[in-house]
Write a protein that binds this ligand. Structure first.
Ligand SMILES: Nc1nc2c(ncn2[C@@H]2O[C@H](COP(=O)(O)OP(=O)(O)O)[C@@H](O)[C@H]2O)c(=O)[nH]1
Ligand SMILES: [Mg+2]
Length: 240
């Protein structure tokens, strides 16, 4: 049985500096932590090992090479789902997702247990981004608008990677059918949650752009999202 009712799954690729800062405040919350690392070369796994020495609540899932964000989450979820947690949390390692906001999201869950999925949202009333160039904000806003129009989503931040899932929902969502890797993974998961008739709630967050390390966002990731959302939009038109 897990020691806590919630576990946070954090994918990492070269996030040593960021993890060093993130893990101490995160460990103050009543949750377990799974780091899914893709053979980082900057000492990320050594940082995890150091925290494992201090707490049994930290686990490392080491993968052989950079295999993508989507499959990191799929592997992480497959690992933790059978363990009996009530809540499975998604969070970036790079400091963009603040522990203070996770606290607020967990409080929201306590007050609103009927929400199957809670999204830490930049684009709902009260949400914001800090230190993002205009171009990155435009990309995120456009991706969300296109997802709303093409897929009929009412979620305002369907590309968000800061989420609390009820395990029952993740079990229903047939994760083996989810195939996206980048940005599109978040949209595909939102779409799958809607198709599983989940109650989705958004809590405003302040998303702070990373100070250390580099973003893994790329043209390939943007193209994947554009192509997949268009495909799902066309499937929607023919009723599938
Ligand atoms: N394990 C794993 N983690 C990844 C991969 N790509 C990105 N990440 C992690 O996913 C999180 C979000 O990635 P990031 O590059 O910050 O994306 P951005 O916030 O959209 O610019 C960070 O914790 C990254 O280290 C990957 O291929 N494998
Ligand atoms: Mg980031």
């Amino acid at each position: 049985m897990p020691t806590h009712p919630a576990i946070v799954v954090i994918p990492t690729f070269n996030e040593a500096e960021n993890l060093r800062r993130l893990l101490p405040p995160l460990l103050e919350l009543p949750l377990d932590i799974l780091i899914v690392d893709d053979a980082s070369t900057d000492g990320t796994q050594q940082v995890v090992a150091k925290f494992q020495g201090q707490s049994e609540r930290v686990t490392l899932f080491a993968r052989p090479r950079k295999l993508g964000l989507g499959s990191a989450y799929r592997d992480g979820f497959a690992d933790v789902l059978p363990q009996g947690y009530q809540l499975i949390i998604q969070m970036d390692a790079d400091g963009s997702h603040r522990v203070a906001d996770l606290r607020a999201m967990l409080d929201f869950h306590s007050d609103n247990p009927e929400c199957d999925l809670i999204i830490g949202s930049r684009w709902t009333k009260g949400g914001a981004v800090q230190n993002w160039p205009k171009s990155r904000e435009l990309l995120s806003r456009t991706a969300n608008l296109y997802s709303q129009l093409a897929l009929g989503l009412t979620v305002r931040d369907s590309t968000a990677g800061f989420r609390i899932y009820r395990s029952e929902l993740l079990s229903k969502m047939q994760l083996e059918t989810i195939s996206s890797e980048g940005y599109a993974f978040q949209i595909e998961m939102t779409r799958a949650a809607v198709r599983s008739e989940a109650k989705i709630c958004e809590v405003p967050i302040l998303f702070v752009e990373r100070e250390f390390g580099v973003s893994k966002m790329s043209g390939r990731i943007i193209r994947e999202a554009l192509i997949k959302v268009t495909k799902w939009g066309l499937l929607r038109i023919i009723g599938r």
